[in-house]
Design a binder for this molecule. Structure first.
Ligand code: NAD
Ligand code: MG
Length: 395
């Protein structure tokens, strides 16, 4: 069944790893999807190329300077694209009445406002930007409930869990679910000598064995904070209690996660590690469309391994569980401290092993408050960032 009118899609963060994969899937189905807006902070020349290829109605750039650069690159070309800038522009193209679907693929807290704007406007929201959900937890969920927006997970693990649950599924217990098994590869340092970890470089941390991703999430995968954020994301998305979620290390990244049922069934979603599969799944849900990903060949794959996570090696997993248990703004502080510490590591100002140590100090000192609304979220985020800078300054 083909929709008669193409769905109009905004891609937030179109020049990033998820953004580029999304455009790859969209381009395979021109009858089905049209592109309403593309957005980026950097790589403006690439954004210009995307505008030439997809002729969006809007392109949004983070800064005035970037917008001027894009205007110059596209000057004299006969494109329908209007250029906007800043957070207001992002929120406009996320909530406009002409938009059906918003891919939220900005990295970090910068994606919160535009993603919330899409949720509040009742869009179909494809959520890659896990930090937005983690930092704003109850505020995000309240907006979702009030608007009736449809939220579909893009994170491969959450997309897998979604696929293994009956839909709709408002209560895990009623669906006979006992546990969610959240898989993670263990990243590039799963087997590296612990004593060596303090001197690993940003390039080593970003060389993920199975996935090609942006630098921030690559470092998160190396510390396993990515799994910590995903644990919080899973609690929120599936209304799960923390004890209902186990993390399982699976180095091949073929099983993307599993759901264990009361009757002994364990359902897994498998596939090659390529984000175009969850993107295509969420775009077309409940239908299925071609994603460009080749079928998984289990014979060639040969074996699948599973092991328990090493929480000594990966303290970020414990920190995320503690933040979820503490509730309120604790996950907001965890996310903010992590973003600042990862940035310091990427700039060569912080040792890899100090990322977790810095976050732990911030978590011990940040005051947990109730998240009553967006203001409270942004205040808690700002305070935790300032505190992290002070902790970094005192090292
Ligand atoms: P990336 O760094 O490759 O891309 C980020 C995009 O956001 C870019 O287009 C960038 O220009 C834009 N951006 C960055 N800062 C911005 C700002 N301040 N304002 C406006 N735009 C800004 O990141 P990615 O790997 O594509 O990840 C995007 C999101 O998806 C992250 O939240 C990540 O956790 C999540 N995710 C990614 C993957 C993956 O395979 N890459 C998998 C699961 C989830
Ligand atoms: Mg993931």
């Amino acid at each position: 069944m083909q929709p008669t009118q193409p769905q109009s899609v905004t891609v937030l963060g179109s020049t990033g790893s998820i953004g580029v994969s999304t455009l790859d899937v969209l381009a395979r189905h021109p009858q089905r999807y049209s592109i309403y807006a593309l957005t980026a902070r950097e790589r403006i020349a690439e954004l210009a190329q995307q505008c030439r290829r997809f002729s969006p109605r809007f392109a949004v750039v983070a800064s005035e300077q970037g917008a001027a650069e894009l205007r110059e690159l596209l000057a004299g070309e006969d494109l329908p694209t209007e250029i906007l800038c800043g957070v207001d522009g992002l929120c406009q193209v996320s909530s406009d009445s002409q938009v059906d679907t918003v891919m939220a693929a900005i990295v970090g807290a910068a994606g919160l406002r535009p993603t919330l704007a899409a949720v509040e406007a009742g869009k179909k929201v494809l959520l890659a930007n896990k930090e937005a959900l983690v930092m704003a937890g109850p505020v995000f969920l309240r907006a979702l409930f009030n608007s009736g927006a449809q939220l579909l997970p893009i994170d491969s693990e959450h997309n897998a869990i979604f696929q293994c649950l009956p839909q709709p599924c408002s209560n895990l217990g009623d669906a006979g679910v006992e546990k969610i098994l959240l898989t993670g590869s263990g990243g590039p340092f799963r087997t590296r000598a612990v004593n060596d970890l303090h001197r690993v470089t940003p390039d080593e941390a970003c060389a993920h064995p199975n996935w090609s991703m942006g630098r921030k999430i690559s470092v998160d995968s190396a510390t396993m904070m990515n799994k910590g954020l995903e644990f919080i994301e899973a609690c929120l998305l599936f209304n799960a209690r923390p004890e209902q979620i186990d993390v399982v290390v699976h180095p091949q990244s073929i099983v993307h996660s599993m759901v264990q049922y009361r009757d002994g069934s364990l359902l897994a979603q498998m596939g090659n590690p390529d984000m175009r599969t969850p993107i295509a799944h969420a775009l077309a849900f409940p239908e299925r469309i071609d994603s460009g990903v080749p079928a998984l060949d289990l014979i060639t794959q040969g074996r699948l391994d599973f092991e328990a996570p090493d929480t000594q090696r990966f303290p970020c997993l414990r920190l995320a569980r503690e933040a979820m248990d503490a509730g309120g703004s604790a996950p907001t502080a965890l996310n903010a401290a992590n973003e600042v510490a990862v940035e310091a590591f990427l700039q060569g100002r912080l040792a890899f092993t100090s990322i977790a140590a810095v976050i732990e100090q911030v978590m011990n000192r940040a005051q947990a408050v109730e998240l009553t609304g967006l203001d409270a979220v942004e205040t808690a985020d700002r305070h935790a960032r300032e505190l992290t800078q002070r902790v970094l300054g005192a090292l």
